[in-house]
Design a protein around this ligand. Structure first.
Ligand SMILES: Nc1ncnc2c1ncn2[C@@H]1O[C@H](COP(=O)(O)OP(=O)(O)OP(=O)(O)O)[C@@H](O)[C@H]1O
Ligand SMILES: [Mg+2]
Length: 372
């Protein structure tokens, strides 16, 4: 595998604020690589460093075989000499220019002939599904169509590398869902490398060959396939970032593992070493909920109908946990619970985390999971 982007020891400070402090990262040619991290962790700053709109305080960036950024060696290639297409977070399209003029603007700057501009402009407009709209002004387009204009403008110079910064945030849910498959399709068809930046884990799962998870201080926590990241999270941060996460404190007592106030035993394969403080991590769909039988006894604190699923917040000895049941299953199996009803939960899947590993990520967990 050949690296198309190589980031080595990047340091970037704004005054006293350290955004990146020795970051290393490599993207392989031809892959769709997603950098996923919370707001403010330094994703846009990193893309701007790669594209050449910002300079790091230290470190090196290479594109293919060329070192394009190396302040120590006095190297700083201009953005337009890096051969990169970029779609910015706010996807600024020029309001006074037609779709055609917006899309072909990079060719105009490059001094390409009128005939070639017309041919490539129309071809690229068609590629993003905007045939017939070339004469419109941005104000006559929907948000999603404006997004396509920005995408076409980045594609027209036929870059082998595209940097996409949250290009779908301003779109409504249905359009976002559709556009992410289109981006993936374009990436395959044009055989380009995509470096995609987002805080939306569903987009990342849908389009990526590999995902890197960055935490709020710009540290990479895990790099892997969507499957690896979702099924084998490296730590509680990654686990909680990839979806609704429950963390249930568990204490070892002899052979038993006890939850909450110690009155209930958790029945699951034991963790791999015998420290005494553990946290059981699981997602709402990892739980089976019932009226009785084996499992942890709790009480429904809140029953919510979410359409396809029923969402139940369950109180187990003072810890609140999010659980879910598909609505049709809940109806078929008499699992439509009401507030304050007793229930029993058992696990389909559970991950053990060392209680220590949750320290320092309380901020990220706020409002995300159901940690009590
Ligand atoms: N020009 C700048 N001057 C000072 N601070 C900056 C500048 N640009 C970015 N920052 C700071 O750097 C940090 C990282 O910003 P960045 O825009 O990369 O976040 P992000 O991960 O893209 O977040 P989001 O998901 O909200 O877009 C933030 O704390 C931000 O305030
Ligand atoms: Mg950003």
């Amino acid at each position: 595998m050949e690296e198309i982007i190589k980031i080595e020891g990047i340091v970037k400070n704004y005054g006293k604020h350290k955004v990146h402090d020795g970051l290393d990262l490599a993207v392989q040619r031809g892959e769709c690589f997603t950098l996923l991290g919370p707001s403010g962790c330094g994703k846009t700053v990193l893309l701007r460093l790669i594209a050449g709109f910002e300079q790091p305080d230290a470190g090196k960036i290479s594109i293919g075989d060329t070192v394009v950024t190396d302040p120590a060696g006095g190297v700083n290639f201009s953005p337009d000499s890096r051969g990169i297409g970029m779609v910015f977070q706010d996807y600024a399209v020029w309001p006074h220019m037609s779709v055609f003029d917006n899309v072909t603007y990079p060719l105009k700057l490059a001094g390409v002939s009128k005939d070639e501009m017309l041919a490539r402009g129309m071809e690229t407009i068609a590629m993003v599904g905007m045939e017939g709209l070339d004469k419109r002004l941005p104000s006559e387009l929907s948000g999603g169509q404006q997004q396509r204009v920005a995408l076409a403008r980045a594609l027209i110079a036929k870059p082998s590398l595209m940097l996409l910064d949250e290009p779908l945030t301003n779109l409504d849910a249905n359009l976002r869902e559709e556009m992410r498959f289109e981006i993936k399709e374009l990436q395959r068809k044009l055989d380009i490398t995509v470096f995609y930046v987002t805080h939306d884990q569903e987009v990342a799962l849908a389009i990526s060959d590999r995902i890197a998870i960055m935490d709020d201080v710009g540290k990479i926590r895990q790099i892997g396939s969507p499957w690896d990241i979702f099924e084998s999270p490296a730590d509680p941060f990654v686990f909680s970032f990839m979806g609704i996460a429950n963390f249930l404190p568990v204490k070892r007592s002899g052979k038993d593992y006890l939850v909450g106030n110690g009155s209930q035993i958790i029945n699951w394969e034991k963790p791999s070493n015998d420290s005494s403080d553990w946290v059981a991590g699981f997602r709402p769909s990892d739980v089976e909920i019932a009226h009785g039988g084996d499992g942890l006894r709790g009480v429904i604190k809140r029953a919510s109908f979410l359409g396809a699923t029923m969402d139940y917040l369950v109180d187990i000895d003072g810890t609140h946990l999010r659980t879910s049941v598909e609505t049709h299953e809940a109806l078929a199996k008499d699992l439509m619970f009401k507030d304050d009803e007793p229930c029993v939960i058992s696990f389909r899947n559970l991950l053990w985390f060392d209680a220590e590993s949750l320290k320092g990520i309380e901020k990220q967990l706020e409002g995300k999971g159901a940690m009590a």
